[in-house]
Ligand binder design. Structure first.
Ligand code: ACM
Ligand code: ZN
Length: 761
């Protein structure tokens, strides 16, 4: 009996598979659990009717989408209409144990489209799947191929976060963001509403939170490393009416909005408005730089009253079961010397400041629980002991999540490695400035939310996963779109439970088709999956470099042009590595069917007498930067002072001592070198530079040099000139600055020496 059943099942599976491979790929994301493609098509036109409860939001939503796409004005009817083509929405599947409220069936036959589910959640997802099947071209009649899709998600928490504190985004964009979540069947919007740089939600009882805390007197310009701040007043907030409108909008789309109100840390905006809730009493200013600040909430009675007042209003506004209380990155500096804090530690018999943090959170957890809600916090809330009913959001890797699940607490996984969408998603040189990191679409797609370390029982505590969009470097709605998409699409398939790492290419194919939808909606998504990687090596006679280009698609579809030539369909097609023998600016992009698919890449090459030559180092460079490869210094590409992941060599402790073999006795009179200075990251200029020359590679004589003072004056862009020399070998010594001086970050530790491109002319 069992065996027969198995054989039958395999046969059906084989037919399904064959049907899929002969049909074109369905651009469905997230991929449904089961798809069966049938023969024939349903014809959608102006006469199609939607058979549904008239008051159903889902029916109205479907009607509106079809109207927007094709201009058809479908009527919604509760009565069966004879001979009409019908899209029926029905809450018809009775067995809710098999069909949970997010499950649905989408059955498209030539006569009828039927979307059925046990709850409106499932109907909404069935509609999303149906919409993704529609072609984009407008026509009087739209043909939709027949399918039978039965689908349900794996994880309960399928989330996206948005930080509206570092930068503020208007209500209209927040709704658009919610639309993107809906498109991918995500069901949780984590709204990061308070932080050091701005308090963004109106609280009636404490109006100064937004009057004062909603505005800052400047913002960082460029990367944190540049340490530049403008003086432009910046801010904004959502009124309670705005919040209600957004929550209602999300709720209709089956998205739960989880508000985050941060404590005890990341509180500068709050204590700028109400300094009495800090340890020192202030005064403070809303932060104008990014980072972590020592001034935080002080656990005195008035602070608890204040936070309870805030939470009461928040709970009224948000129906969410979970209220996010932050809990991350709270320095204990002030608490250690605050009389009040120390007296609370004593009074409560606490061991240390970590336990004081736990006390702080547990007290407010009790308050939230008393209102029938639960708290969730970043994984630091494990420090000093987890509050009894708290859920944990694991961001510092997966360790916190594992620990919490073992303690039988619910967990949302959001590790920086896979779920931080403020990281770079392509070669940093070709991307807008980001905080750092490197998280490609493929990497997101490979994520498995349930840690292998957990037993089956413990795994039940993993609610799901979430992508985080922190906005220090994301100041406009279109930039949020760029960072969130398409990584959100990859994560959506992960949390829906149908992602298969081995089938990434299949996902990529669906994604590139799906880009047409994003183009249609004018979304500024990232095209980094088409990214072109370029490798440089010495050319044959070492007179310049060879540039090889590659994409994970078809490298023959790369087009390029030099200098002022425009890049378009008529530009040259890449086929073999390009020989570059003079200073050049190259433009590159990936094209398909005459359309530019990737972003435009521009790369400058600096060719001198040293480019492509053999170079050796007396002391190895750190493997961390450019793999420590000495060729980095003569590869024709200059290091970028902001995006430093490549093209620089870093030396810790040791001097740079590089010898370049010019192949034959060569005349030259100038050496150019680039050094980086960034004290915040422990990078300092060298103390001294010396240039030596030799004809035999053994006996060197000094031909030039530069003092530390001169290096500073030249701001690291060093040019050393001397009378014309003839030599085959040139040696460059840059003396490491040694230990970091007092008054600098990392004082007393070994500094870094960062150097790039040695040009000899
Ligand atoms: C966080 O990224 N500080 C949670
Ligand atoms: Zn205190």
């Amino acid at each position: 009996m069992k065996r027969i059943f198995l054989v039958l099942y395999i046969t059906i599976a084989a037919i399904e598979l064959r049907a899929q491979s002969i049909e074109k790929i369905l651009p469905l994301i997230p991929k449904p659990k089961t798809i069966k493609i049938d023969k024939g098509a349903f014809v959608l036109n102006n006469l199609t009717v939607i058979l549904s409860d008239k008051n159903s939001f889902e029916a109205k939503y479907l009607k509106e989408c079809i109207q927007n796409y094709f201009g058809f004005d479908l009527s919604i009817t509760e009565q069966y209409v004879k001979d009409a083509s019908i899209i029926s929405l029905s809450l018809a599947i009775p067995d809710t144990t098999v069909f949970d409220k997010e499950a649905y069936q989408l059955l498209i036959s030539p006569e009828r489209i039927s979307i059925s589910a046990a709850a409106t959640n499932g109907l909404f997802y069935g509609i999303q799947t149906f919409l993704q099947l529609l072609p984009l071209e407008k026509n009087k009649e739209i043909k939709v191929g027949c399918v039978n899709i039965i689908d349900a998600p794996k994880y309960k928490w399928r989330g996206m976060h948005l930080d509206v504190c570092r930068h503020f985004f208007p209500k209209e964009f927040v709704k658009k963001y919610i639309d993107y979540l809906a498109l991918y069947k995500m069901n949780t919007f984590h709204w990061h509403l308070t932080d050091d740089q701005g308090w963004r939600i109106e609280i009636a009882k404490y109006p100064k939170l937004t009057e004062i805390g909603g505005w800052r007197n400047g913002s960082m310009v460029g990367h944190y490393n540049e340490n530049r701040i403008d003086t432009i007043k910046y801010g904004g907030y959502y009124s309670q009416d705005d919040v209600k409108e957004i929550v209602a909008y999300a709720t209709e789309r089956h998205i739960n909005v989880v508000p985050e109100i941060e404590f005890p840390g990341h509180a500068m905006a709050a204590i700028s408005a109400y300094p009495k809730y800090s340890c020192t009493g202030g005064p403070f200013e809303v932060a104008t730089t990014w980072g972590v600040f020592d001034d935080v909430f002080c656990p005195k009675e008035e602070t608890f009253t204040f936070l309870e007042g805030v939470l009461s209003e928040v709970i009224e506004l948000f129906p969410s079961q979970y209220i996010h209380i932050g809990g991350d990155e709270c320095p204990k500096t002030r608490w250690k010397t605050c009389k009040n804090c120390q007296s609370v530690i004593k009074r409560e018999g606490l061991k240390d400041e970590d336990e004081l943090q736990s006390y702080f959170i547990t007290r407010l957890e009790k308050f939230v629980n008393s209102k029938g809600r639960k708290i969730i916090g970043w994984d630091e809330i494990l420090d000093g002991g987890l509050a009894p009913n708290a859920a944990v959001m694991s961001w510092r890797g997966t360790k916190g999540g594992i620990e919490a699940a073992k303690q039988k607490h619910f967990v949302v996984m959001t590790p920086g490695s896979h779920c931080y969408f403020d990281h770079y998603q392509g070669e940093p040189k070709n991307e807008p400035i980001a905080i750092g990191g490197f998280t490609t679409v493929e990497k997101v797609y490979s994520y498995q939310p349930t840690p292998k370390e957990l037993s089956a029982d413990e795994s039940k505590y993993i609610l799901g996963a979430q992508g985080n969009v922190w906005t220090e470097y994301i100041n406009l709605p279109e930039n949020v779109e760029y960072m969130a998409l398409p990584r959100m699409a990859a994560l959506a398939e992960v949390v829906w439970g149908t992602a298969d790492v081995k089938a990434y290419k299949d996902f990529e194919k669906r994604l590139t088709k799906h880009f047409d939808v994003l183009d249609y909606k004018r979304v500024n998504y990232s095209k980094s999956i088409y990214q072109i990687t370029n490798k440089v090596s010495a050319n044959k006679d070492k007179s310049g470099i060879l540039l090889s280009l590659e994409t994970s698609f078809d490298s023959n579809n790369i087009k390029y042009s030099f200098d002022d030539q425009p890049l378009d369909m008529n530009s040259l097609n890449y086929s073999t590595p390009l020989n570059i023998q003079k200073n050049n600016q190259i433009k590159l992009a990936y094209f398909e069917n005459g359309k530019q698919k990737s972003a435009l890449i521009e790369q400058a090459f600096y060719i001198s007498k040293s480019t492509g030559k053999n170079i050796s180092l007396k002391f190895n460079a750190s493997e961390k930067y450019s793999s420590g490869n000495p060729f980095t210094l003569v590869n024709g590409v200059r290091g970028d002072s902001i995006r430093r992941q490549s093209d620089w060599l870093g030396f810790r402790v040791n001097n740079l001592e590089a010898t370049i073999d010019l192949e034959k006795s060569t005349a030259f009179s100038k050496v150019k070198l680039n050094f980086l200075k960034d004290p915040a990251n422990w990078i300092h200029y060298p103390k001294l530079i010396e240039i030596l020359a030799s004809e035999d590679g053994k006996n060197f004589k000094t031909i030039g040099g530069l003092s530390g003072e001169a290096i500073k004056t030249m701001k690291g862009k060093v040019e050393i000139e001397f009378p014309i020399q003839n030599a085959q070998y040139v040696k460059i010594i840059a003396v490491h600055s040694g230990k970091i001086l007092e008054g600098n970050p990392g004082a007393g530790s070994d500094s870094w020496l960062f150097v790039d491109e040695i040009l000899i002319d």
